[in-house]
Design a protein. Structure first.
Length: 281
């Protein structure tokens, strides 16, 4: 395992100004995710996990800090440069599938190639991707002719079409029944094991956390402690209020001792900041 991950952040911050209030969505996020890892970013609604994924996925820029993706310093790129990096290196899977309702499975999978330099044999690559996710017989079906699980498989095939290094999935089983959700997780795990894809899941579902080797917990815009991460993997139903208590104890200690370092990171200052996460979860 290399010293610096394919995803490498140093002291990432994301602040918003809402009226007279400074909202700290992320504060001092330092982490590495290595090539070929399967990891889940977990936390309660409003914790900052979707904001973190947006930054890691080059959909947004941090207010401060350093973010390197595959060795490229993306934290200082403009929108056009970020779009190019996204198209080359990242495939996205969303909770709501985000398929075009009037387009076939094949046409939906082909969409990312319209913005890519990898256009050679695009149709055959799309068919191959659909076959890989078990939908070789449904290339001409439209979303309304498929189940939710099949639609999510189309979305995964679309994420694979440009052969990205990284797959980022935001609540990929959130709109599925338990059987379909299990099948989608099995598919993502197989892509990780057999193709070596780096896969990052964003979820509040503890059942997903128990299936992945690494859990990255986020609370109040900060990374959770090792204790919190172990608790997330241990529980069947996450009692976030208990974990929030752990995070709250840490924050209280930071207020009492703002010059101390907790969990290897400098604590935030003790200003009263109301966390109103700017995410739709």
């Amino acid at each position: 395992m290399s010293e610096i991950g394919v995803i490498h952040t140093e002291h990432i911050k994301k602040y918003y100004i809402m009226g007279d209030v400074e909202v700290r969505a992320l504060n001092d996020i330092t982490l590495d995710i290595y090539k070929g890892e399967l990891a889940a970013i977990m936390g309660p609604s409003g914790s900052g996990k979707s904001t973190l994924m947006n930054i890691l996925g080059c959909l947004d820029r941090p207010t401060g800090g350093i973010y390197k993706l595959g060795g490229e310093l993306v934290s200082e790129m403009n929108d056009s440069q970020l779009a190019d990096v996204r198209n080359r290196k990242i495939g996205f899977v969303f909770q709501s599938f985000n398929l075009l309702p009037r387009s076939t499975a094949l046409e939906n999978v082909l969409l990312p190639t319209l913005y890519s330099k990898k256009r050679a044999n695009a149709k055959q690559r799309a068919i191959n991707a659909l076959e890989m996710v078990g939908l070789g017989a449904r290339v001409n079906h439209k979303p309304k002719e498929m189940s939710g699980g099949q639609q999510q498989r189309v979305a995964i095939a679309r994420a694979l079409i440009n052969d990205p290094e990284i797959i980022m999935a935001d609540e990929p089983t959130g709109n599925l029944d338990s059987k379909s959700g299990k099948e989608i997780m099995e598919l993502l795990i197989r892509l990780n094991k057999e193709q070596g894809k780096t896969i990052i899941l964003v979820t509040h579902d503890p059942k997903i956390g128990k299936q992945v080797p690494r859990v990255i917990s986020v609370f109040d815009g900060m990374l959770g402690s090792e204790e919190e991460q172990k608790e997330l993997k241990r529980w069947t139903d996450v009692n976030y209020s208990k974990l929030d208590g752990l995070a709250g104890d840490k924050a209280a200690l930071a207020d009492d001792h703002p010059d101390k370092i907790l969990d290897g990171k400098e604590t935030p200052d003790n200003q009263a900041v109301k966390m109103e996460e700017k995410e739709a979860e």
